[in-house]
Design a protein around this ligand. Structure first.
Ligand code: CTP
Length: 404
């Protein structure tokens, strides 16, 4: 798996940096080509000479290479290095570097490369437990996860301070296995495939300040877009109003209403290999939008708003169906499988993902989901509770077989 793979390792200034020379040795033994960039503080923990000797490559310490040769020759050495890598590992990743990465800093070789690469990035945080569990670090790691960085959680055990807690760099075998896993599914299988994902709720305006909408955080759709981009697909993400970061290498199109979503789908459907409708499109919209805010004074306690059904985007897509595969979602609170089967048939889908928001671990704001996948052939598969990201990978495994 690692033979011939190009692995870029970014080392930052944590005590666990002393383990990286052994990691380089292991990776090269498995046939990988390893290049190293490191921060100035990392160079205080482990010597660039050790790293260049083991990797057989020149090391970039600080912000600039000392000796410019080979890939580091041109002034755009960081871009050359970025496009060289199949995967980038940042280990150990300190709280400081994680904070910088989450906010787009490019002030040293590691943060610059992380910003410049298109390949998957694996972050292995390692620090004191209180720093790891600080709400700011937690928030920064959540941002990195949202945009599609892989995070290898630190382990519980004895820390450099002598305290015991969560913050140890995982074993080198675990890091290697994670790199292998990322390189296996994330690297190739959707390369060149064009995938359109919809996500989030639509807002249907009643007047300039009020709307009717669905309870949807957009997390499932964003997880799908993140995972598809990690697997090298070209992803367009049409999303209603959500509070989520745009995943890396994803083209995002913001919409508000179901009408706008339909129009955006029509504009972006050309040449797609698959469309995944994870959006919670409102089924009804006010017949008319009041041009000015409705005042309570004239209402005498009640209000009637006439609603009409929105256009079904999936139905539109199935009527236009060319070569693309179509995946729908079904939110059902009773008779799930029967209802989902009906939708699969009516909307001519290749696959439908059923979930019940009333179930534990499923629903709108959660990070986990409990889904049942039904395919055109009639096969019904109920998955155990897992993160929305893992559900997304599972769906893509199935979709990948359909479009490859
Ligand atoms: N959908 C759509 N356009 C709409 C409404 C829904 O494309 N106007 C899509 C959703 O994105 C989802 C699927 O249809 O992929 C199922 O949506 P859901 O609301 O569960 O079912 P409906 O078919 O709308 O039927 P009902 O609300 O009666 O259950």
């Amino acid at each position: 798996m690692l033979r011939g793979k190009k692995i870029l390792i970014g080392i930052t200034g944590g005590i666990a940096a002393y383990k990286i020379p052994q990691l380089i040795r292991d990776l090269t033994k498995y046939g990988a080509n390893v290049k190293i960039v490191m921060t100035d503080s990392a160079a205080k923990f482990v010597s660039p000479l050790t790293l260049s000797t083991l990797s057989l490559n020149e090391v970039v310490a600080g912000s600039f290479p000392k000796v410019k040769s080979g890939i580091l020759k041109a002034n755009t050495w960081h871009i050359n290095l970025a496009s060289w890598a199949n995967v980038m590992l940042i280990a150990p990743a300190t709280a400081n570097t994680i904070a910088k990465l989450a906010h787009g800093y490019a002030d040293n070789a590691v943060t610059t490369l992380a910003l410049a690469v298109r390949c998957p990035v694996l972050i292995a945080p390692s620090m004191d437990e209180d720093m790891y569990k600080h709400s700011l670090t937690e928030r920064n790691i959540a941002i990195l996860k949202e945009i599609g960085y892989h995070i290898l959680e630190p382990e519980h055990g004895e820390l450099a301070s002598g305290l015991v807690g969560k913050g140890r760099l995982p074993s080198l075998v675990k890091i290697r296995k994670k790199l292998e896993q990322i390189l296996s599914f994330a690297y190739q299988d959707l390369k060149g495939k064009k995938i359109l994902v919809t996500a989030g709720p639509t807002y249907e305006p009643i007047d300039p300040v009020r709307f009717i909408g669905n309870r949807s955080s957009g997390k499932m759709g964003f997880a799908l877009a993140t995972a598809a981009a990690q697997r090298a697909a070209e992803v367009s993400l049409i999303t209603g109003h959500v509070n989520l970061q745009t995943p890396k290498n994803v083209q995002r199109i913001n919409v508000l209403t179901s009408n706008e979503m339909l129009a955006a789908v029509k504009r972006n459907i050309r040449n797609k290999d698959a469309v995944i409708m994870a959006a919670a499109v409102a089924d009804f919209t006010p017949l008319r939008k009041e041009p000015t805010k409705i005042k309570k004074d004239n209402l005498h306690g009640t209000i009637s708003i006439k609603l009409r059904q929105t256009k079904d985007i999936l139905k539109y897509l199935s009527s236009k169906k060319g070569k693309f595969k179509l995946v729908g979602f079904a939110v059902e609170t009773q008779d799930g499988v029967a209802n989902a089967r009906k939708k699969l048939k009516e909307k001519k889908l290749d696959m439908i993902v059923l979930n019940n928001p009333l179930e534990r671990g499923a629903g709108f704001e959660t990070d986990t989901n409990v889904v049942t996948i039904i395919t055109k052939s009639g096969k019904v598969e109920r998955l155990k509770k897992m993160s929305k990201y893992d559900v997304a990978q599972y769906i893509l495994n199935k979709l990948s077989k359909l479009i490859n």
